[in-house]
Design a protein around this ligand. Structure first.
Ligand code: ADP
Ligand code: TRP
Length: 331
């Protein structure tokens, strides 16, 4: 069985983009692999959340993961900071990582551009901690989006370097796992091509949104004044509505509105009403489960504790091996 590791930073509620782009694939993968899915709370500290926000965000993601279909009996679901062995591996790896190569990472350069007042060392060493997350469980596959591919390449570099320096084959070289043609990018409600909470909160529909909120958001989504002539190409905003519809509605429904668009008889109000209804139908089981789980603190703690225990077992094995390979021996 292949080992799979993936993490998500707890920076707010999960939206439909996170669901279709990541979570849905995790749910599929847990059936046939040994999966470790964790909440990357250490990573999220680069943005300096308040203690209250940090804790709430971690709990929300745990709840949403489970509500959406991750099964704690099948996958190991844990909070990164519950497995502090990752810090030791990160430190050990960092001795053979060069500052120059970290400074050249695209996501680091982007952060320097975007937040020049907070270029902390955690941002620079982010890829080392991420490599440690992955190598800690000696993963074969890492399900991530395009934006994370460079980080994964570095993970392979660090693993290979370790193997070379210590003349062994301890680390496997993990590969990015994406679902090829099934990989979708969910667009925003604001006319942007990507639903993203970090770019624009208003672009998002959250799994935790109630039916009323979803309806309001969809009815307010950006569209245009309608096609003036048959065959006119769609504006980005309208294409977005169609893409969202393809994710949640039946093919017949999508075709119906396609035909209406092509014949210039489309009424966006009707389309949005249908889209809202279909998103609500799709999301309501998850929404209801989120409400239930939010008050099940004991259950959530149990899942986190069980996950941490399983993850620590796997982590301790790796740390023991690595210490011995490096020559850290007990007296
Ligand atoms: P955000 O852009 O809202 O801050 P994150 O960067 O936290 O989202 O994304 C977490 C995961 O969800 C990543 O694996 C990313 O590939 C996936 N993801 C985020 N937004 C989308 C989207 N609009 N469509 C598809 N996948 C997405
Ligand atoms: N960097 C990832 C992101 O921003 C989150 C992450 C941290 C991760 N550690 C990981 C993803 C290990 C996969 C494997 O989305």
């Amino acid at each position: 069985m292949d080992r799979v590791v993936s993490g998500i930073r707890p920076t707010g509620y999960l939206h439909l983009g996170n669901y279709f782009g990541a979570l849905r694939n995790f749910i599929k993968m847990q059936e046939e692999n040994e999966c470790f899915f964790f909440i990357a709370d250490y990573h999220s500290l680069t943005t300096h959340p308040t203690p209250q926000d940090l804790h709430t965000n971690v709990k929300n993601i745990l709840v949403e993961y489970i509500a959406a279909g991750l099964d704690p009996e099948k996958a190991t679901i844990y909070v990164q900071s519950d497995v502090p062995q990752v810090c030791e591996l990160s430190l050990l790896l960092s001795m053979n990582v060069y500052v120059g190569e970290l400074q050249r990472v695209a996501s680091f350069k982007e952060k320097v551009r975007r937040q020049p007042d907070n270029v902390n060392a955690g941002l620079l060493t982010y890829p080392v901690l991420m490599a440690a997350d992955i190598l800690l469980h000696r993963a074969d596959k890492v399900p991530v989006g395009k934006d994370q591919e460079q980080h994964l390449e570095l993970t392979r570099d660090f693993a290979q370097r370790f193997n070379r320096i210590y003349k062994n084959e301890y680390f496997k070289l993990p590969v990015a796992y994406n679902f090829g043609s099934e990989l979708v990018k969910i667009p925003g409600l604001d006319g942007s091509t990507k639903m993203s909470k970090s770019d624009n909160e208003n672009s998002c529909i959250y799994l935790a949104d109630s039916p009323e909120v979803i309806r309001k958001k969809v009815m307010k989504a950006v569209s245009d004044s309608g096609p003036a002539a048959p065959g006119e190409p769609k504006s980005q905003a309208v294409e977005n509505l169609f893409q969202l519809m393809r994710a949640v509605s039946s093919p017949d429904t999508v075709q119906y509105f396609e035909d209406q668009y092509q014949s210039c008889s489309i009424r966006y109000g009707d389309m949005k009403k249908q889209l809202a209804a279909d998103i609500i139908a799709f999301n309501s089981p998850v929404f209801e489960r989120i409400q239930e789980l939010r008050s099940m603190d004991d259950y959530i703690s149990k899942v986190a504790r069980q996950g941490a225990e399983k993850a620590r077992e796997s982590a301790e094995r790796t740390i023991r091996d690595i210490r011995s390979i490096i020559g850290i021996k007990q007296f």
